[in-house]
Design a protein around this ligand. Structure first.
Ligand SMILES: NC(=O)c1ccc[n+]([C@@H]2O[C@H](COP(=O)([O-])OP(=O)(O)OC[C@H]3O[C@@H](n4cnc5c(N)ncnc54)[C@H](OP(=O)(O)O)[C@@H]3O)[C@@H](O)[C@H]2O)c1
Length: 276
């Protein structure tokens, strides 16, 4: 699997999402993912599985430098002291002295970005995170934070799949050298997997619908995808998407589904999303 250059940080283009995985299942899936070739794991303080993810990392027997690990700080901890304490607690639970990337999980509605970005940079300066980034930031919010002092931001982790038009926010990320990490990259499956724009290339290549959708992500400049599965038999399927390529026409046909405007993660604390 290739890596994406995210303002100087190299991030494997496919990672394993872990939201909703918990307990022994999270532990064994993380270990199995690493054993089967994943080199990028995505968690967050909010997922309440960092202990188990950390155990899975150890069970894999891989050296710490052999995989890329991301965690995130929840917006309730956006004030500097809280942010730093949250980062330290995450490291403790994960059983590591650093993550590769730490993200502001959602933009805070109460704490000025300058304060949280300063704390993010302090976590970076302490060596607790090799790179820093944001998640769920809109165009104006990206413009605001990239203008603040500090280390370059590596990525914006956002909801992105064929059923949601994120063209403008992605252009803003590219303009500033940020990678886009697609969450809900499969749009949670189902409807998308039976769409002819997906089943057509699946029939042509012999790849599964999920593989077609993941290939669509990583064939875009600067895009990373972090699919989640609770099924150990699907881990390899979601990683092994290098054996075929989508044509320009197939890419365009899948992108054309974006008119559906299907947003999955929309909460009362979400920012006002950019218009399509
Ligand atoms: N930053 C944020 O605010 C944020 C928000 C949401 C998510 N995330 C991150 O993004 C990750 C992925 O997003 P997500 O979990 O919401 O959605 P997703 O990856 O788009 O979809 C997960 C669903 O797809 C199914 N699936 C996975 N692989 C499949 C395959 N090969 N064939 C058929 N079905 C398959 C899974 O079912 P099975 O389990 O049965 O395989 C599960 O129901 C999360 O785990 C989390 O790490 C971040």
């Amino acid at each position: 699997m290739h890596e994406v250059n995210a303002n100087g940080t190299n991030i494997p283009a496919i990672g394993m999402g872990t939201w909703t995985l918990e307990g022994d299942q999270a532990r064994s899936l993380v270990a199995k993912a690493l054993e089967s070739g994943y080199r990028h794991i995505d968690t967050a303080a909010m997922y309440k599985n960092e202990n188990e993810v950390g155990q899975g990392l150890k069970d894999s027997g891989l050296a710490r430098d052999d995989f890329f690990l991301t965690t995130k700080v929840w917006p309730s901890e956006a004030a500097p002291e809280d942010f730093i304490a949250s980062a330290e607690a995450s490291l403790d639970r994960l059983g590591t002295d650093h993550v590769d990337l730490i993200l502001i999980h959602w933009p805070s509605k109460t704490v000025p970005f300058a304060e949280t970005i300063a704390a993010l940079n302090e976590v970076h300066a302490k060596g607790w995170a090799k790179a820093i980034g944001i998640s769920n930031f809109t165009i104006d919010q990206i413009e605001e934070v990239v203008a603040l002092p500090g280390a370059p931001l590596a990525c914006n982790q956002i909801e992105y799949h064929p059923l949601l038009n994120q063209t403008r926010v992605i252009e803003t990320c590219r303009k500033h050298g940020l990678a886009v990490t697609s969450y809900c990259p499969l749009a949670r499956g189902d409807d998308l997997f039976s769409n002819p724009a997906v089943t057509g290339p699946a029939a042509r290549t012999g790849a599964s619908p999920a593989q077609i959708v993941l290939r669509w992500h990583v064939q875009q400049d600067g895009v990373i995808a972090i699919p989640r599965t609770s099924n150990p038999n699907r881990l390899g399927e979601n990683l092994n998407i290098d054996g075929f390529e989508l044509t320009a026409a197939e890419m365009a046909a899948i992108s054309a589904l974006r008119g559906a405007g299907h947003r999955i993660c929309d909460f009362d604390f979400s920012p006002v999303w950019d218009a399509a």
